[in-house]
Ligand binder design. Structure first.
Ligand code: 5AD
Ligand code: SF4
Length: 434
C-alpha cells in the first residue's frame, strides 16, 4: 500500500478538495501519512490567488525535492490552482515534479499515478470540466466541529483581478438531493455545523433550486444546528435569500460580503458589477432585516490606477459600514487575468503597503469598538477546542466570533452559554452561564 502525504494551501475549497482526493485514493488502496519523509507520494494542493501563495509553494517544492536523494522512487505532484500555470514550466522541466493535476482531474489520479509508475514519464491532466462536481465522492472529513461542503464549483464572474475563473473553470452546481445526503451522513457522524462552500456560493442554481432553497433544504436535516456559507458575491443577494438568512433559525446571522473597493471607477475596472451606493444599500437592507447581523469583508488595495482619492473611498466605506472584521490584500497581478492583460500594475509597492497598514489599523479599531458593544451579552457558543491557555476553551458564536471561556469540564462539539465580560479586537472573553 503506497503512502501518500498531502499538503494543502489556500482557501477552504482546497481543504475540501484534499478530502476529495483522499477519498478517491483511499478507495484505490492508498494510505496516508502526515510525515513527508514516510511517504512514497507527495502532493501539494496549491493556490495561486496571490503571488505570495505561489512563491510559498515553489519554495516548498524545492525543500521537499531533497527527500528524493534518500528515496529515488518518491513521486511528487502538484494539484489545485497552480497546476494550470505550471504547465509550461513543467514542459520545460523547470519544476521537477512528476504529476500535475488540475481541480477537475482528481478522479483520474489513481490512473495517473500508475501511468507514472509504469512508464517513468511525467503526467499532467489539466482539462477543466463544465460538469465535474464530485457529487459521487463523499470526502473523508477530518474529525472536527464544522464540516465544509462544496455545493458549487468554479466562477463565471471574471472579476478582472482574479485567477479563479481560469484555474477552476465555469460555474456548476451540485444536485441538492445529493448535498442533503452528504449533510445527513455528516449529521450521523456527529457534526453540528456545516458550511456551504463555493467560489461564488450564492449563485448556486440547480434546475429550479436557488441558493435560498438550498439553505432551507439542508436546514431540514435533524441535528445540524448551524448553517454557514462562504463566499458570496454582493450581486447574488435577492430579498428571498436575505429573508432566509433572517428567518431560518439554523442559518447563522453572519454574512461575508466582499467589497473589494469603495470607488466606483475602480469597482468598474474590477468588473464587480455594483457601485458603492448599491453595496451600501444592500448592507442597509441586510441590517434592516437581520438586526444582529455580523458583517465581514475582503478588500484589495492598490488595484491598477488607484489614486489616494480612490483609496479614500474604500476607507470611507470601511468607516461607514463598520464591518466586524475584514481580510485586506495588496493587489497582486496574476498571469492571464483581464487586469493583467489590460492594465499596468502601476501602484508602487510602498503605497500599497501604506494603504493596507492604514486600513488594517482602522479596521482593528472598528472591530474592537464593535466587540465592546457585546460586553454583558450572552451567546450560545459551539465549542471548537482548547484556547491558548490550557484552562480555557474556545468556540464561536452564531456571528462566527471567537469566544474564550473557562474549561469547566466542557467538551468539544457541545453548546454552552457564555456571558461576555472582556473583549479584544478579535476575541470575546467570558464566563459560563446557564
Ligand atoms: N490580488 C489581491 N487579492 C486578490 N483576491 C483575489 N484575487 C486577488 C489578487 N489578484 C482577494 C479578493 C478575494 C479574496 C479571496 O482574495 O479580495 O475576495
Ligand atoms: Fe474571483 Fe470574483 Fe469569482 Fe470571487 S467572484 S472567485 S473574486 S472572479
Amino acid at each position: 500500500m503506497n503512502k501518500v502525504y498531502i499538503e494543502t494551501y489556500g482557501c477552504q475549497m482546497n481543504v475540501y478538495d484534499t478530502e476529495i482526493v483522499k477519498s478517491i485514493l483511499q478507495k484505490n488502496n492508498y494510505s496516508f501519512t502526515d510525515k513527508p519523509e514516510d511517504a512514497e507520494i507527495i502532493f501539494l494542493n496549491t493556490c495561486s490567488v496571490r503571488e505570495n501563495a505561489h512563491q510559498k509553494v515553489h519554495q516548498r517544492i524545492n525543500v521537499l525535492k531533497q527527500l528524493r536523494r534518500q528515496k529515488k522512487d518518491l513521486l511528487m505532484g502538484v494539484l489545485g490552482c497552480m497546476a494550470q500555470n505550471l504547465r509550461q514550466e513543467l514542459l520545460e522541466d523547470k519544476v521537477g515534479v512528476d504529476i500535475i493535476a488540475g481541480p477537475d482531474s482528481y478522479k483520474k489520479l489513481p490512473q495517473i499515478i500508475s501511468n507514472v509508475y509504469n512508464t517513468g514519464e511525467k503526467e499532467f491532466e489539466l482539462t477543466l470540466s463544465e460538469f465535474e462536481t464530485y457529487s459521487d465522492v463523499f470526502p473523508t472529513h477530518e474529525a472536527s466541529v464544522n464540516a465544509w461542503i462544496a455545493v458549487m464549483r468554479g466562477c463565471d464572474n471574471f472579476c478582472t483581478f482574479c485567477v479563479v475563473p481560469y484555474t477552476r473553470g465555469r460555474e456548476r452546481s451540485r444536485d441538492p438531493q445529493n448535498i442533503v445526503e452528504e449533510v445527513k451522513q455528516l449529521a450521523d457522524s456527529g457534526f453540528k455545523q456545516i458550511t456551504l462552500l463555493g467560489q461564488n456560493v450564492n449563485s448556486y442554481q440547480f434546475k429550479k433550486y436557488d441558493f435560498a432553497d438550498l439553505i432551507e433544504k439542508v436546514s431540514e436535516v435533524n441535528s445540524i444546528e448551524r448553517i454557514r456559507f462562504t463566499s458570496p458575491h454582493p450581486k447574488d443577494f435577492p430579498a428571498k435569500l436575505i429573508d432566509v438568512v433572517a428567518n431560518n433559525e439554523k442559518a447563522c446571522k453572519h454574512i461575508h460580503l466582499p467589497l473589494q473597493a469603495g470607488n466606483d471607477r475602480i469597482l468598474e475596472m474590477m468588473n464587480r458589477t455594483y457601485t458603492q451606493k448599491e453595496f451600501l444599500d444592500l448592507v442597509d437592507v441586510m441590517r434592516d432585516k437581520i438586526p444582529k447581523l455580523v458583517l465581514t469583508t475582503d478588500i484589495i488595495v492598490g488595484f491598477p490606477t488607484e489614486t489616494d482619492e480612490d483609496y479614500k473611498d474604500t476607507l470611507k466605506v470601511i468607516e461607514n459600514v463598520e464591518f466586524d472584521s475584514a481580510f485586506m490584500f495588496k493587489y497582486s497581478e496574476r498571469k492571464n487575468t483581464i487586469a493583467q492583460r489590460k492594465f499596468k500594475d502601476d501602484v508602487p509597492e510602498d503605497v500599497k503597503t501604506f494603504r493596507m497598514v492604514q486600513l488594517v489599523e482602522k479596521q482593528r479599531n472598528i472591530g474592537y469598538k464593535k466587540n465592546q458593544q457585546h460586553l454583558g451579552e450572552t451567546f450560545s457558543v459551539l465549542i471548537e477546542g482548547q484556547a491558548k491557555k490550557p484552562t480555557q476553551m474556545m468556540g464561536r458564536n452564531d456571528g462566527n466570533k471567537i469566544v474564550v471561556f473557562p474549561e469547566n469540564g466542557k467538551k468539544v462539539s457541545e453548546f454552552v452559554n457564555v456571558k461576555i465580560n472582556e473583549v479584544t479586537p478579535n476575541t470575546l472573553i467570558g464566563d459560563l452561564v446557564k
